[in-house]
Design a protein around this ligand. Structure first.
Ligand SMILES: [Zn+2]
Length: 382
């Protein structure tokens, strides 16, 4: 069995222009467990594109040696649309120029889409139920169609991932240490993956809102368990999906990428998808913390941003993280506004630009306790 490579055409956005989505597949189609990787759904987040290259090399080798026991699907460029969005010489790949919004928002809630058709058909056997639910998820996506290019792209990605046991959505932040997002329902998997990758922050989400890709894949399982509470013991959480933030936008080099790809492959080995000895699991570098414990520092006004804390620094509640300098302040040179953290924890991500607008979010501190000003359903920045 050899690896396959497919290019799926997207709808032409303009005469004479057509993009496609490349998909690599390893192992036997339908073999379990299935892992799915995609890189740079936010197209200006480049580290994942290089990690995917290292991953593909390693998977080619594993396939040749007959070591792919499950199935692995890799989309090395998840967003060819965004990769072509340049403005004034800069790549801008977070929001769709064609006005559909953030590329990693607005994925559907498939639990509600399939609830009616699986109700009354579930048994007490979890394995049968997983197969039945996956079939319903695939069927509901097969029925959907999309005319616009971006909507077609999102539908294609979701079709490739929806029946996977493990979904890895590779992103990055502006400047950041390696961190990941996962559901609080899947704490153990998140901790294990975080240990493998050396993550310094593992964020557990309860109700992030916004419809990101990872929740679209993993969410149906816990949402069905909630909706069908009397049968929840026979509905496993059959998909672990995570958003892996591979540091900052400029952290693109072979040393980091090969280490990250190796860590991801070790995770696949531990889960029986790739044969081989992954060695002992590293100690986690952090305890997981709640997403609603992240203080997202926001600029109260415009100004120059002067950080007083660096990436990886511990920050106490009330400590000054940055100062805002008003270049037109009076007396000249003295108008500085300190901006303090509302959380006690690790500074793990911050904005690269050093000029802010009023209301701009510029820095994240991962605290242990949920913060009262963070609102369920609105926990992801746009
Ligand atoms: Zn992203």
């Amino acid at each position: 069995m050899s690896a396959t490579r497919t290019d799926i055409a997207l709808p032409a956005p303009a005469p004479g222009t057509q993009r496609s989505l490349r998909v690599h597949r390893y192992g036997i189609p339908g073999a379990r467990p299935k892992a799915y990787f995609q890189a740079a759904l936010h197209a200006d987040e480049i580290p994942g594109l290089l990690v995917a290259q290292h991953l593909l090399c390693r998977l080619e080798q594993a396939q040749t040696e007959g070591r792919v026991l499950g199935e692995v699907v890799v989309v090395p460029i998840a967003n060819p649309i965004g990769l072509n969005q340049h403005l004034n010489g800069r790549l801008l790949g977070r929001f769709d120029f064609a006005s559909t919004g953030n590329f990693n928002r607005g994925f559907p809630d498939l639990a509600s889409a399939i609830l009616a058709q699986i109700q009354g058909r579930l048994s007490t056997d979890p394995t049968t139920n997983v197969a039945l639910i996956r079939e319903a998820l695939r069927a509901v996506l097969a029925e959907q169609s999309a005319v616009r290019e971006t909507e077609a792209l999102k539908l294609m990605l979701l079709r490739l991932a929806i029946d996977a046991d493990f979904v890895f959505d590779l992103h990055c932040d502006s400047e950041a240490s390696l961190h990941l997002y996962a559901s609080h329902w899947q704490r153990d998997e998140a901790v294990a993956l975080g240990a493998e990758l050396g993550a310094t922050v593992v964020l557990l989400e309860e109700n992030p809102g916004g419809g990101p890709f990872d929740e679209a894949c993993a969410g149906p399982w816990w949402k069905l368990r909630e909706a069908l509470a009397e049968q929840q013991d026979s509905i496993p959480l059959a998909c672990f999906a995570t958003t892996v933030e591979l540091r900052g936008q400029a952290d693109v080099n072979d040393e980091l990428a090969t280490a990250d790809a190796t860590a991801l492959l070790r995770f696949l080995q531990r889960r029986g998808i790739i044969a081989g000895d992954p060695g002992p699991l590293a100690e986690p570098r952090c305890e997981p913390t709640p997403l609603d414990g992240v203080d997202v520092l926001t600029a109260p006004a415009t100004g120059l941003l002067i950080y007083r804390k660096q990436l990886g620094d511990s920050v106490a509640i009330g400590e000054v993280v940055a100062e805002l300098v008003d270049p037109l302040g009076d007396p000249p040179g003295m108008a500085r506004t300190p901006i303090c953290s509302a959380a006690s924890g690790l500074l793990f991500a911050r904005m690269t630009e050093r000029l802010v607008r009023p209301g701009q979010k510029f820095c994240k501190v991962a605290g242990r306790e949920p913060l009262s000003h963070r609102q369920a359903g609105k926990l992801l920045e746009d």
